[in-house]
Design a protein around this ligand. Structure first.
Ligand code: NAG
Ligand code: NAG
Ligand code: NAG
Ligand code: NAG
Ligand code: NAG
Ligand code: NAG
Ligand code: NAG
Ligand code: NAG
Ligand code: NAG
Ligand code: NAG
Ligand code: NAG
Ligand code: CU
Length: 613
């Protein structure tokens, strides 16, 4: 009897509330930076999107209707583990079929025992940039810190052009270096000149979320400090700092103590990490001043300046309060080199180990669930998907060696990982430094944990986690542009457990959405249902550049074309001397005729070369 009672009370504890949300994603007008009216993706006609709040163990039933008419969509609840509900994770063609216009997808899941600051966003190419993103909070009744008031503060980059216009310009022969589009503005709480009204003598719990698509930001305040207590849903031993550095998709929850008087108002500053921008247009405002207002009758503050941006808090030193120690040596290691390069079509892609992620014809989770005994054979998931099959409860290491000269914020779905090593940035002039298991600084005893972490230029990170969440989990750079360029891999975690679990089977609603989208929901990556080992007809990446033709050649060629055709120089300048012959060959290969524009080409080339010095 006692046992039954105990069981019942455990069940009622575990059964939270059910939140039913019913939203139609549709184009609405917005003008967050005050400079241009444009269409953004709103919910039920409203934008910015709502802050959604749940509690531990609550269930979410989120009906998403695609009211866009001209685009498919999906929704990802960023940072959630999706226990027993891998198909609700959101990434298009990884765990679900895209939702075509007019269809409704039911995201139905529990948040388990996670708490903290999360967010939700479309996981269809680039739609975060069109505004389809908002904050998701799992409140904690047992929050181990005292505070008076809570506040959400989002930061983001902002583009004036929409994603259907930006992507084709970005993935383009005429953008051979893969220069990312430069945002037009920097936003705080989806506006500029934001006012935060505060009271004196209070402790605020502030949840910072970078809901942008590309650029990391520095956050610092005049006369106030941040006490960091949570990162990406992980409580940490509190650390005080004057400056945060937040990549896209990261969250910092901090305590801010207000002044004991209302004599002044103060500036809250946000600033772009300009190292991530290929060019800095002269009219791009890099610093944004927002206002911490104690007394609205008093003057607003001007910009607050700091001497250096180098003193931001290094998250590597944060220690989770769950005291989870370093996992044992890995059972399985994934080592990937990150590089950006051109394929034979002249377009610049992003690679893990020479593979640019190419979507399968069947969402990978559905290949698992229809794969039977073949589901543990990694080959069925396709040649260009960077797939790995993980055994249930194995300890996994992901070593990312960044050969690229940019920073990249990497995100793993379905988990937080221990960050056990992160190399210092390596100067462009030096060769990249790869991680070496036989020669590294000692791993932390209690490593920092989160779900998005940046790797430094030409350096490395090592992430360790336990494969204890059956599902198909995407691991990718969270810069939208780089994901669009294919900087992703996928983990097929415990396929045997997934197949055997009745909860994890595809819902009828999901099958209906697949049918409406015309996407097969059974079969291998090539949609072959008869022989899963037969990948003929699968999607593959473009052929490489022909041997003897370098990316540098293509860059030079296209540079000439850009200069000639558009008279526009917005990309990094490579060496342009002695390339005439390569240019001709590449031009031939690409069926590009440059002879018409030859005069202009040589003219603009000489002006280009002049400009280099
Ligand atoms: C969602 O809202 C639409 C439009 O108001 C309505 O037709 C539909 O029945 C609602 N669905 C649910 C599950 O509440
Ligand atoms: C912010 O303030 C500036 C200067 O007063 C003004 O030009 C701009 O329109 C304001 N922006 C918004 C979004 O209110
Ligand atoms: C996106 O931009 C393109 C090009 O300007 C335009 O044709 C299209 O209508 C825009 N889409 C939306 C939803 O505004
Ligand atoms: C939606 O996805 C399906 C399946 O990939 C595709 O055929 C269709 O063109 C997409 N629709 C739009 C509007 O992009
Ligand atoms: C959501 O999932 C739960 C658990 O599988 C199920 O009991 C419930 O009926 C589902 N909700 C809807 C509206 O289908
Ligand atoms: C930011 O926006 C959220 C959601 O509208 C609001 O709750 C919050 O108070 C705003 N924060 C600031 C600092 O204005
Ligand atoms: C803040 O607290 C201090 C110390 O308790 C007190 O002296 C001061 O008057 C308070 N300030 C305000 C504005 O209430
Ligand atoms: C932006 O902020 C930095 C750091 O305070 C400062 O050095 C720089 O001068 C500011 N730029 C402008 C244009 O105000
Ligand atoms: C973690 O370690 C700290 C310091 O040793 C201790 O105070 C705390 O109770 C531990 N937390 C847990 C969850 O064990
Ligand atoms: C990638 O390709 C290069 C050149 O073909 C080769 O040297 C290198 O070993 C490949 N790297 C991996 C990880 O496959
Ligand atoms: C080990 O790494 C350090 C730091 O990168 C380097 O200076 C040293 O030469 C390496 N030692 C060996 C044996 O490779
Ligand atoms: Cu990246």
């Amino acid at each position: 009897m006692f046992k039954i009672l105990l069981l019942l009370s455990l069940i009622s504890l575990a059964l939270g509330e059910t939140h039913v949300w019913n939203y139609t994603a549709e184009w609405v007008d917005a003008n967050p930076d005050g400079n241009l009216d444009r269409k953004v993706i709103g919910f039920n006609g409203e934008w910015p999107l709502p802050v959604l709040r749940v509690k531990k163990n609550d269930r979410v039933e989120f009906y998403l209707t695609n009211g866009l008419e001209d685009a498919n969509t999906t929704l990802h609840f960023h940072g959630l583990f999706q226990p027993g509900s891998a198909q609700m994770d959101g990434p298009e063609m990884i765990t679900q079929c895209p939702i075509p216009p007019g269809e409704t997808f039911l995201y139905n899941f529990t948040v388990g025992d996670q708490v903290g600051t999360y967010w939700y966003h479309s996981h269809s190419p680039g739609q975060t940039g069109d505004g389809m993103r908002g904050v998701f909070i799992i409140e904690d009744d047992d929050l181990p810190y005292d505070y008076d008031e809570e506040v959400v503060i989002t930061v983001a980059d902002w583009y004036h052009k929409n994603i259907t216009e930006l992507i084709p310009d970005f993935l383009n022969l005429y953008n051979p270096t893969g220069a990312e589009p430069i945002p037009q503005n920097i936003l705080l709480n989806d506006t500029r000149n934001n006012t935060w009204n505060v009271e004196p003598n209070k402790t605020y719990l502030a949840r910072f979320v970078n809901i942008g698509g590309f650029v990391s930001q520095y956050i610092y305040m005049e006369g106030h400090e941040f006490e960091i207590i949570e990162i990406d849903g992980v409580y940490v031993e509190p650390q005080t700092t004057e400056m945060l550095y937040i990549t896209v998709a990261q969250r910092y929850t901090v305590l801010i103590k207000t002044k004991d008087n209302t004599d002044n108002n103060y500036a809250m500053m946000t600033r772009f990490d300009i190292d991530m921008l290929d060019v800095i247009p002269s009219d791009l405002e890099l610093n944004l001043t927002s206002y911490i207002v104690y007394d609205s009758d008093k003057d607003l503050p001007g910009q607050y300046y700091v001497d250096s941006l180098d003193n931001f808090f290094d998250d590597f030193t944060l220690q989770p309060t769950n005291n989870e120690t370093l996992f044992d040596d890995p059972d399985y290691k994934i080592t990937v080199d990150v590089a950006m390069d051109n394929l034979g079509n002249g377009i610049n892609y992003a690679f893990f180990n020479n593979i640019t992620y190419t979507y399968p014809k069947v969402p990978t989770l559905m290949s698992v669930l229809s794969g039977g005994d073949d589901a543990s054979d990694v080959s069925i998931y396709g040649s260009n998907t960077n797939s790995h099959v993980l055994q249930h409860n194995d300890v996994i290491d992901i070593v990312v060696n960044n050969l690229d000269t940019g920073k990249h914020p990497f995100h793993l779905h379905g988990h937080v990982f221990q960050v056990i090593a992160r190399g210092e940035p390596v100067d462009d002039a030096d060769p990249p430094v790869a991680f070496d298991y036989d020669n590294h600084t000692e791993f932390p005893e209690i490593p920092m944990q989160r779900d998005v972490v940046y790797v430094n230029p030409q350096s490395y990170i090592v992430l360790r986690f336990k494969a204890d969440h059956p599902g198909v989990w995407f691991f990718h750079c969270h810069i939208d542009w780089h994901l669009i360029q294919g900087l992703a891999l996928q983990l097929i975690e415990a396929p045997d457990v997934l197949i055997a679990d009745p909860e994890q089977q595809i819902t009828q609603n999901h099958i209906d959405v697949c049918k409406a989208a015309g996407v097969p929901y059974e079969g291998n990556a090539a949609a072959n249902t008869k022989d899963f080992l037969d990948l003929s007809g699968e999607n593959t990446q473009h052929k490489p550049l022909p041997s003897g033709f370098t990316a540098r050649g293509i860059v030079a060629l296209v540079f000439s074309c850009i200069a000639a055709v558009l008279g526009l120089i917005a990309i990094t300048i490579y060496g342009l001397a002695d390339i005439k012959n390569i240019e001709e060959h590449v031009a031939e290969d690409l069926h590009v005729d440059i002879s018409d524009a030859e005069d202009e080409v040589s003219e603009s080339r000489s002006s280009l070369i002049e400009n280099r010095y």
